[in-house]
Design a protein around this ligand. Structure first.
Ligand SMILES: [Zn+2]
Length: 452
């Protein structure tokens, strides 16, 4: 093994051990003290290396302005410590997308594109060292105890991981090693292209977006796939209850979640099945969306980065907090669900017609789930006061649309909101690599203020 490769493995191994056994906080004050020390070091030594923050003596996080994807893209070179401009890195990312060969890098920097719509695409930079640390942390937080010997004992067969995503990245292939047999499946090729290869690998760990997990589960139930993974992880999409049920019926394993975005590794499911935020590695502020403090938009500061500065960065996600602490004892914040994106919230006027009130994705989803298997697929797009609802029915389409209309009106009455004008249509399957988004706010009703 070359010394460079050895150092890489060592770096991953150290991160793994540190995350798994040391950074496991059971007291909130200890976690916060650890974050405070890391933040201090980061603000003093790392941040000033980026042009944007040069010459600023920052002692507290609050002194820094908020940023988001638009700000990051607007001053791309200013937000990284190498001074790399978009003009330098974009060709590398575009070439990788076009050729589906995700290996090219710029020196030791991997360039990744986020899956936003084309006008709103983010570009993310990760150095080799950051990648190696990330791999260690990810494995520490996601490999269950029963698979640890496969990862750690040289005399056992390597751990087999099958990974489905829209785009691969050097980030993910970092996981590939002598202890890990890592297979990437390109979602742009469609699911059936992967089935034979998947059968041959017979993965221990299956990682895929929720809709793909469901597709694979249906293939297994139909006898077209014979794999038997013992650990299943959902990524990149909201994991809905009925997807989880089908996956469990097919493989006998309850799917867990990784909350991973281009912006960082944000959360993981613990052994009790609770999603925790990855607060040992990220500082996460809550920007509350409601007065009851049940939902928030996370504002993240990644104090372990050295290349691209993600500092008080507002994510577009809505997180719903768990009602009680998790019984595993970890104090990293427990999340009941990643509900979706902020523009998955639909808005309707209250009964007085004086303001718009939020209808949160999980409230709407629960109302629709009552229709059970007669409602196979749906999407709702809001244009002002009109909702376009496209559905696929198991039985009669018109009957289902009538029933849906009734339950949406009942929901609005219960939430004390005015009903929208409903139009129904046929649901069309999106291309296989598209992210599932059932709810979409395209245009707010005009002339009224929004009140959460
Ligand atoms: Zn837990």
């Amino acid at each position: 093994m070359s010394s460079e490769r050895f150092m890489g493995t060592l770096r991953s191994a150290v991160s793994f051990l540190l995350s798994r056994y040391w950074l496991r906080f059971t007291r909130r004050d200890r976690l916060e003290a650890w974050q405070a020390r890391q933040l201090k070091r980061f603000l003093q030594r790392v941040l000033p290396q980026a042009q944007r923050f040069k010459g600023r003596a920052v002692t507290a996080l609050d002194d820094l302005p908020l940023m988001d994807k638009t700000a990051l893209m607007g001053d791309f070179a200013g937000f990284n410590t190498r001074g790399l401009s978009l003009a330098q890195v974009l060709p590398v990312a575009r070439q990788a997308e076009a050729s589906r060969d995700f290996n090219p890098t710029l020196g030791d920097i991997t360039v990744g594109l986020s899956s936003g719509t084309s006008g709103n695409q983010g570009v993310f930079l990760v150095s080799t060292q950051e990648r190696q640390r990330w791999a260690g942390i990810l494995l520490a937080r996601t490999v269950p105890r029963h698979l640890l010997p496969r990862l750690l004992c040289p005399w056992r067969a390597p751990l087999r991981i099958a990974f489905f995503l829209r785009a691969n990245s050097r980030l993910y292939t970092t996981l590939s090693s002598r202890r890990i047999d890592f297979a990437f499946h390109d979602l742009t090729l469609g699911l059936s292209a992967s089935l034979a290869q998947l059968d041959v690998q017979n993965p221990d760990v299956l990682v895929a977006p929720a809709t793909v997990l469901r597709g694979l589960a249906e293939a297994a139930l139909a006898g077209r796939l014979t794999i038997s993974p013992t650990h299943i992880l959902s990524v990149a999409e909201v994991l809905e209850r009925d997807d989880a049920d089908v996956v469990q019926a097919a493989f006998g394993v309850v799917p867990q979640q990784i909350y991973q975005a281009s912006e960082g590794f944000l959360g993981y499911t613990c052994e009790k099945g609770t999603l925790h935020l990855n607060e040992s590695h990220l500082h996460i502020e809550a920007d509350w969306l409601d007065v009851e403090r049940t939902r928030f938009q996370p504002i993240i500061t990644d104090f372990s980065r050295r290349t691209q500065m993600i500092v008080r960065y507002r994510l577009n996600d809505i997180l719903r907090v768990a009602e009680k602490p998790c019984s595993c004892g970890r104090v990293e914040r427990a999340i009941a669900a990643v509900e979706g994106r902020v523009d998955d919230i639909l808005w309707l006027p209250d009964l007085a017609g004086s303001q718009l009130r939020a209808l949160y994705p999980d409230v709407l989803r629960r109302a629709l789930l009552m229709h059970g298997t007669t409602l196979q697929e749906y999407e709702i797009h809001q244009h002002g006061l009109r909702w376009q609802i496209n559905v696929r029915a198991a039985g009669d389409h018109a009957d289902l649309c009538r029933a849906l209309g009734d339950s949406l009106q009942a929901l609005c009455r219960q939430q004390q909101l005015q009903s929208p004008l409903l139009s129904f249509g046929q649901w069309q399957a999106p291309p296989p690599h598209a992210k599932r988004r059932r709810l979409k706010l395209l245009q707010l009703p005009e002339g009224l203020p929004c009140t959460y």
